[in-house]
Design a protein around this ligand. Structure first.
Ligand code: ADP
Ligand code: MG
Length: 342
């Protein structure tokens, strides 16, 4: 009881100066107005008593409110609340209650975001390790076979060396893609935008791939626009986009053709890469731009894919303020496209 009284007073000492000031003014006024000199001591005693009672009352109220807030903060710290709706303060503290609720929700969503990020990172690391192990195991296998005697077998030694060499190339492109993606995702990708003639640019790019297409008996064509068109972009980065898209089109097409074309729109130029290949199942379409996502892992690996190509493409196209689009039908072909500003 007494300790509660002391704690109430302690909590009200905030208002002590105001009360003292008021008391002094009050006592002096009374003394001056009514010439109370005879009852001065009694008056002071009465005023001090009333003041202490008032301070006790105010301190009690203040303590109650502070305790309410303390309880809420402790509960939050102990993770007692699962939703912000459970946070309740008395009616005169609703403004504070709403602020605490907002803070609670913000913290909750920040934590969830960090957890998600952590998960993505762990998965990425697991994927990278797995992808690195595959070619390294293969190379090791071929070398061991050669060392165990196959090196002297004229029928197979060249074959094993070629296989090992091919896996080394895969390893190299995986590392290059990893470097690219980590540069892009850590925000180190410097863009240098300028206007360039899209026709000349695509014509020479497509020409580079004609031998590869001929080797697979696929027709690779570039359909030029009938007028000159200047588009705005980073040529070096767009080269990476085009190389990835054309390589994919050639890799995942067994017969028919791959057509690269440009369409002019009022404000944009639309670049389209269309193939007559194996296509992509509807349910995979939304996921092919994720890192390491492949419709058919074995097939992708066999043709030297890393599963990172389209993730890189997406990043670069988005850095141009644009969006990569895909339309595809299983067994009849795919069409990738994106727009660049005029
Ligand atoms: N033109 C295409 N035709 C069919 N499937 C495609 C095409 N382009 C991409 N894909 C599918 O999307 C997956 C992801 O592509 P990408 O990120 O470039 O990885 P990869 O290294 O496997 O080529 C591929 O594994 C493939 O399954
Ligand atoms: Mg690819």
């Amino acid at each position: 009881m007494f300790s509660e009284f002391i704690s109430n007073l302690k909590s009200a000492r905030l208002y002590f100066l105001e009360f003292l000031f008021f008391d002094l003014v009050f006592i002096f006024s009374l003394a001056y107005l009514f010439n109370l000199s005879a009852f001065l001591v009694q008056t002071i005693f009465l005023v001090v008593l009333i003041t202490i009672m008032l301070l006790n009352f105010i301190g009690k109220k203040r303590n109650k409110e502070l305790n309410e807030i303390k309880t809420i903060i402790n509960n939050i710290r102990k993770n007692i609340y699962s939703t912000s709706e459970e946070i309740k303060l008395s009616s005169n503290l609703t403004a504070l209650q709403d602020d605490i609720k907002l803070m609670f929700e913000k913290t909750k969503s920040d934590i969830e975001y960090l957890k998600r990020l952590q998960k993505v990172r762990t998965e990425f690391l697991a994927n990278v390790s797995h992808e690195l192990r595959t070619p390294i195991f293969a190379i090791q296998g071929y070398i061991e076979t050669l060392l165990n005697g196959a090196v002297n077998d004229e029928n197979v030694n060249k074959y094993f060396l070629e296989k090992a060499n091919q896996h080394t190339a895969n390893l190299n492109s995986l590392l290059n893609d990893l470097i690219d993606i980590s540069m892009i995702e850590s925000g180190e990708m410097r863009m240098s935008f300028r206007y360039f003639n899209i026709d000349e640019y695509l014509q020479s790019l497509v020409n580079e791939f004609v031998p590869a297409a001929e080797e697979k008996n696929i027709k690779l064509v570039y359909k030029p626009l009938d007028k000159k068109l200047q588009l705005f972009g980073d040529k070096a980065k767009l080269r990476q986009v085009m190389v990835n898209l054309i390589q994919n089109a050639l890799k995942y097409t067994e017969q028919g053709e791959v057509v690269v074309s440009v369409e002019e729109e009022p404000k944009f130029g639309k670049i389209i890469i269309k193939d007559t290949g194996i296509g992509i199942p509807e349910e995979d379409l939304s996921r092919i731009f994720e890192r390491f996502y492949r419709v058919d892992k074995a097939r992708s690996r066999a043709v030297g894919g890393t599963g990172l190509g389209l993730a890189i493409v997406k990043h670069i196209v988005e850095a141009h303020g644009s969006k990569i689009e895909v339309a595809s039908k299983l067994d009849s072909g795919s069409e990738f496209s994106f727009k660049l500003k005029k």
